[in-house]
Design a protein around this ligand. Structure first.
Ligand code: GSH
Length: 226
């Protein structure tokens, strides 16, 4: 199996966190310089891998390319049953998937805010105060749903699951790359984020300096404070 990925984006990071927590080492990791160095990619590289032109992509080695991070997480969970990071019972699995979906939706809305509000993305996406504001408002409301549904000590229960990987990849990216902290009215999420940040497997990635300096301070750039 081969995983095409880069180390710090919110979707690729789900996989990095998961592989470290799970202790999976038999997947060949192909690190792609993305998205800031497309000129270094082989012609058509990403389009051939994934018509969505996004990462991560898992090549299962038997003719299937999976181009959605959650599908990859679930595929790997089915292949590697231990330690179980989905849930042991029907109810546990449903809860994990519910929390995962909430943070996946939150990630999309955060993307809307950052895409249309950050000076980092001004050349790739049309700046729009309205789109940024809708994204920020929906992002915050999804986090509040996550807060209300938070089980503890991990997001979906007593053990770490793939929902923690999806949530952590987002919260960490928002905080460390864009300077967007967990909203003050989400204390359970804030405590969980602090605890998980100390885990050996969850050490923050290094962000490309030239991108970080443009991205950091999204609230100030858009004048939206959650
Ligand atoms: N729903 C997809 C989203 C993947 C995604 O958007 N990845 C970003 C990197 S964090 C990307 O490749 N974006 C393409 C672009 O910005 O052109 C997934 O879960 O894998």
């Amino acid at each position: 199996m081969k995983l095409y990925n880069f180390p710090w984006g919110p979707y690729p990071r789900r996989l990095t966190l998961y592989l470290a927590e799970k202790g999976i080492t038999d997947i060949e990791l192909i690190e792609v310089e993305f998205p800031h160095r497309p000129e270094r990619w082989p012609e058509g590289f990403l389009l051939n891998l994934n018509p969505a032109h996004s990462l991560p992509v898992l090549d299962t080695g038997n003719g299937i390319l999976i181009g959605q991070s959650i599908a990859i997480l679930e595929y790997l969970e089915e292949r590697h049953r231990s330690p179980n990071m989905l849930g042991r019972t029907l109810e546990e699995r449903a809860r994990t998937r519910e929390l995962m979906a909430i943070f996946d939706e939150a990630t999309s809305f955060f993307g809307l805010w950052a895409r249309h509000g950050s000076r980092l993305n001004a050349e790739r996406h049309t700046p729009s105060a309205e789109a940024a504001s809708i994204g920020a408002e929906r992002f915050a409301s999804k986090l509040r749903v996550g807060e209300a549904k938070f089980v503890g000590p991990f997001v979906a229960g007593s053990r770490i699951t793939i929902a923690d990987c999806v949530a952590m990849a987002l919260i960490e990216f928002a905080d460390r790359f864009y300077g967007v902290p967990v909203p003050a009215d989400c204390p359970k999420l804030a405590g969980w984020y602090q605890r998980l940040s100390d885990r050996e497997t969850m050490r923050s990635p290094r962000y490309p300096e030239e991108m970080l300096s443009l991205a950091y301070g999204l609230p100030e750039q858009t004048r939206i404070f959650l």
